[in-house]
Write a protein that binds this ligand. Structure first.
Ligand code: ZN
Length: 445
């Protein structure tokens, strides 16, 4: 068996090497490797990068099959079709659009036939199937990792059927509907979390995305190991806890750990330039410039202006280095900064779209985001797309008021030009600082 596998692999590798010459131009000289849950996908012809949109296109049969999707092709309408569970994806060849369950979605590149092979946009397919798609653009090669989340439930003695949170005066009581068993509970700091590992248990409930309390902001759940269910309580401050196990419930009472209150410093702020290093962010379809360059430049201008105003500015990265989202949050939560500001540029399939968006955590107060969006466009005259909510990691897990600024669209030809001009970056930076100062005036004691 082993020999056979190796032989097949060798033949495939040989085939890849041979075919790479013919397609070299389309790849911008890059080798493209696609992995699904860590396993490389073997294609019968090379994936390509569309030069205009910078999108990766891959042979449709191989990618659909690697994602556990049934494949069909409608000759009459020249449409590639993938079916998985109740999701139907359709990609008409030669048209810059796709359909997910018959909902039309505009794309910035068309599915196409090259050398007799049908190539389809990779990211669209991955994301339509609920996968995460991460591209790692290295010199000489592009590595794309797709995480496919399959729902496979192991057999365990216990099931966590429900989680409820009750907010009391200065405590939060979590009530887990789960049978008696072995539980491990521990706290983690930077950021503060309480972890409850339930052995021989399966999760069959959702977490709690938002809890209106000074102690806890969310409860997340997951299957930590095949037979260990994990409940993570995201905390806003350090806590003490008490457990009370009944026959069919586990009660966890959380109270503030008075010894460890964070006093916010209204002269300290965290500035988070988006992306960096091997993560380029969005790529301009017009000039090929990276979002990370824009983020670095704008964030530095903002930091300089804030320092002129007397702030201590903590940057999550300096220079062009890769810093994971977890590290950014951990750094922010280890400070006593009064606010966190993440700086990005936007992209959209529709190239007409332009303007400023400022995000805050879903379900939280939008004041900081609204003030900042207004302050930017007051200076820059850009289209104001306003305050929005999203669960971006860096604004979701930071313990202080946090916003993520999308300062404009790199996919809009005029705005892309505007954003990369250093003079305009100064204007936008001044707007961001206006917003931060106005917000501080409102919240500082
Ligand atoms: Zn970004």
């Amino acid at each position: 068996m082993k020999y056979k596998k190796i032989t097949i692999l060798l033949i495939l590798l040989l085939a890849l090497t041979l075919s790479s010459k013919a397609f070299a131009l389309d790849n911008g000289g890059k080798d493209i490797e696609v992995y699904v849950n860590g396993e490389i996908v073997q294609f019968d012809s090379r994936p390509i990068i569309d030069l205009r949109s910078q999108r990766t296109l891959v042979p449709f049969r191989a990618i659909f099959e690697a994602l556990g999707t049934e494949v069909e092709y409608d000759e009459q309408s020249r449409t590639a079709i993938g079916i998985k569970g109740d999701v139907v994806i359709k990609l008409p060849i030669g048209q810059a659009k796709g359909f997910v369950n018959d909902k039309e979605i505009p794309l910035d590149v068309a599915s196409q036939i090259r050398q007799g092979r049908t190539l389809v946009p990779l990211r669209f397919i991955g994301e339509s199937l609920g996968c995460t798609v991460e591209a790692d653009n290295q010199s000489g090669r592009m590595v794309i990792n797709i995480e496919l989340i399959e729902e496979v439930k192991p057999k365990t003695a216990r099931t966590v059927e429900n989680i409820e949170a009750e907010v009391e005066d200065d405590a939060v009581v979590l009530d887990l509907a789960v049978a008696e068993g072995v539980n491990k509970v521990f706290t983690l700091s930077n950021p503060n979390r309480l972890v409850i590992d339930l052995e021989d248990a399966t999760i069959d409930t959702e977490g709690i995305s938002e809890i209106d309390s000074d102690l806890v902001f969310a409860v997340r759940v997951g299957q930590f190991e095949e037979t260990v269910a994990r409940v993570v309580v995201d905390l806003k401050q350090a806590v003490t806890y008490q457990l009370q196990q009944g026959k069919d419930s586990l009660k966890v009472t959380l109270a503030a750990d008075k010894g460890q209150d964070i006093e916010r410093d209204y002269n300290t702020i965290v500035i988070d330039p988006g992306h960096g290093g091997r993560d380029p962010g969005a790529i301009s379809p017009y000039t090929g410039r990276f979002e990370k360059e824009f983020c670095t430049a704008l964030a530095q201008l903002v930091a300089d202006l804030l320092e002129d105003e007397g702030f201590d500015v903590i940057m999550t990265r300096s220079g062009d280095e890769y810093v994971s989202l977890e590290e950014r949050v951990r750094l922010a939560n280890s400070t006593n900064a009064f606010a966190f500001v993440s700086i990005h540029a936007n992209s959209a399939p529709n190239t007409e779209v332009s303007g400023v968006e400022v995000y805050t955590k879903r379900g939280s107060d939008r004041t900081f985001a609204r003030i900042t969006a207004d302050a930017i466009v007051k200076r820059s005259g850009q289209n104001n797309r306003g305050a929005k909510e999203a669960d971006f990691y860096v604004i979701r897990h930071t313990g202080m008021p946090a916003i993520l600024i999308e300062a404009g669209f790199l996919t809009n030809v005029q705005e892309e030009q505007y954003l990369y001009d250093p003079r305009n970056q100064e204007v936008i930076a001044q707007g961001i600082v206006d917003g931060i100062l106005e917000y501080r005036d409102r919240v500082a004691p």
